[in-house]
Design a binder for this molecule. Structure first.
Ligand SMILES: [Zn+2]
Length: 240
């Protein structure tokens, strides 16, 4: 039997048996794993709070043949405001849902792990959730190998110089008017939209809270991301 001490964040959990929880946890060192927490729902369990969704936690694990079992858990960072308002809880849940869909089992993704933490901190501190979500969605795409092409035509590689172009999911980003297919489905992108997508894609955590992007621009970016993320997942999705 192997033992581990990992830092992780619970994305989701479900109850089973007599007060047990089956959790999906993203960790720094082991990637996304399934963790069983026996007795986690019992009132006296120390694991209970620490393994709550969206908490940064040190978890002591042992590995069975099939899954990890949480022996003990110690909360490192809590985001209490996420539980205080429905809008913030929904935003955190969207981040967790998208992460779960895009992060394969037991693959490390240190950058994505950190970005989930930044996003939860910003949401907890009251930074505009629409800004945090659009930034998270673009970073998620970038960190899982689906970064949209935004600086040149995805087909002919002609550099983008500020014209009206088109965003195509199958092409993986923007295409110039010459490469646009008559029969394809595209979003028109203006220089303003593309500039702000690039700003969100490149923004470091120190810049993010101070970005000023108009709501109508973020709404347009949301429509493009709903389409693009949905295309990668093979289903229609709705973003907040
Ligand atoms: Zn082209």
């Amino acid at each position: 039997m192997k033992f581990y001490l990992v830092e992780g964040i619970t994305l989701k959990g479900s109850d089973f048996g007599d007060g047990h929880r089956m959790l999906t946890v993203v960790t720094k060192d082991l990637g996304k794993i399934k963790v069983v927490a026996y007795g986690a729902k019992k009132v006296k369990s120390k694991k209970r709070g620490a393994l709550l969704e969206f908490t940064r936690t040190n978890i002591y694990l042992r590995k069975n043949k099939e899954y990890f079992v949480a022996e003990q858990a110690e909360g490192l960072e809590y985001f209490p405001n996420l539980y205080g308002t429905k809008a913030l809880l929904d935003a955190a849940a969207e981040i967790a849902w998208l992460t779960d869909r895009f992060w394969p089992w037991e693959q490390e993704n240190f950058k994505l792990y950190n970005w989930i933490l930044y996003s939860f901190r910003f949401l907890n501190n009251g930074v505009w959730s629409k800004l945090i979500l659009r930034n998270f969605e673009l970073k998620l795409l970038a960190f899982t190998g689906f970064k949209p092409v935004t600086t040149h035509c995805a087909i002919c590689r002609k550099p983008y110089r500020g014209e009206w172009w088109y965003f195509g999911a199958g092409e993986g980003g923007v295409v110039c008017p010459d490469c646009r297919l008559e029969t394809g489905f595209y979003f028109e992108v203006t220089p303003e939209i593309l500039k702000n997508i690039n700003t969100l894609l490149l923004a470091g955590p120190e810049k993010l809270a101070n970005l000023s992007i108009e709501e109508r621009v973020l709404e347009r970016i949301k429509a493009i991301l709903e389409y693009f993320l949905g295309f990668q997942l093979g289903e229609k999705i709705k973003l907040l």
